[in-house]
Design a protein around this ligand. Structure first.
Ligand code: 13P
Ligand code: ZN
Length: 269
């Protein structure tokens, strides 16, 4: 028995999380329990599910998030592996509902799997997105090797330095990560400060932000699209590194070529 039984639309959404978790492992971005995913599943929660009892005591979020009233989320479990979640999303993640005080949640799922330690960042970002009327419902944190390596250099931590280099490696990166890559200076993982800095970066109009010397945090309509934005950015980082390994600095597309692309595709930047 699973809360996903007879809820095919909800199951399809959680199966997407499992599919992406498998990709993260295959990419080498998900060592041990590295990375986390949360999805706002509220629109797939039916009246029957709303009457289910919780299987945990109420737990504090660490912040009060008024736009999350009545919301439900699928969350990777803390300490759980992406490679295990890919096979068994309800054994390595759980569903939570936000209580009416908007400061606590409880687990309504198959097993009482405690949500990711990065829950403050994920939920604060979901709260921000709902407040803004955004259609984005998924947030993804992962440790992509080449993108994390870039953040070990002051040069690439400068605002939009990495964005322009990555965009100029291949047209698709500009087209499919059209807001570029925001930068958040190093902060303690799972901290409320990191959550607040992540929101500030997203509010500057980025869908993908780097956490210095740690990982990437991406938002999009669903988890597959959030993954794709990170994947195209990391592809560009790999092209850059490959050129450097061949012994030269890659030329990059020209500013005129980038502008032509932006005009042709109606890109936001
Ligand atoms: P969790 O296992 O708690 O999700 O943490 C993984 C991680 O990447 C922390 O930044
Ligand atoms: Zn992490």
């Amino acid at each position: 028995m699973s809360v996903l039984d007879n809820r095919p639309a909800l199951k399809a959404e959680i199966d997407k999380v499992a599919e992406v978790a498998g990709y993260l492992w295959m990419k080498g971005w998900a060592e041990r329990n590295g990375g986390n995913i949360t999805v706002n599943i509220t629109e797939w929660v039916d009246d029957g599910m709303k009457t289910l009892p919780s299987i945990s005591e109420p737990r504090p979020i660490g912040k009060t998030l008024p736009s999350l009233k009545g919301c439900w989320f699928y969350c990777k479990g803390t300490g759980k592996r992406m490679r295990d979640l890919a096979r068994d999303p309800m054994g390595n993640g759980s569903i939570i509902r936000i209580l009416d005080d908007c400061g606590h949640y409880e687990i309504v799922a198959d097993q009482p799997v405690a949500p990711t330690s990065e829950l403050p960042s994920h939920l604060a970002v979901h709260d921000y997105l709902l407040t803004k009327g955004s259609p984005y419902r998924a947030s993804l944190h992962t440790h992509p090797i080449e993108l994390v390596a870039l953040t070990h250099s002051r040069k690439w931590m400068e605002k939009d330095a990495a964005t322009h280099m990555l965009w100029s490696m291949i047209p698709e990166t500009r087209a499919f990560c059209p807001r570029g890559l925001g930068m958040v200076p190093y902060m303690l993982p799972s901290s409320v400060e990191l959550a607040e800095a992540t929101i500030r970066a997203i509010d500057e109009d980025y869908d993908v932000v780097m956490w210095e010397k740690h990982g990437v945090f991406a938002v999009d309509t669903d988890v597959m699209n959030a993954f794709d934005q990170v994947d195209v950015l990391n592809k560009s980082a790999l092209i850059y590194i490959t050129a450097r390994n061949m012994g030269f600095e890659p030329e990059g597309m020209t500013d005129a070529q980038m502008k032509e692309l932006s005009d042709a595709f109606g890109l936001p930047k």
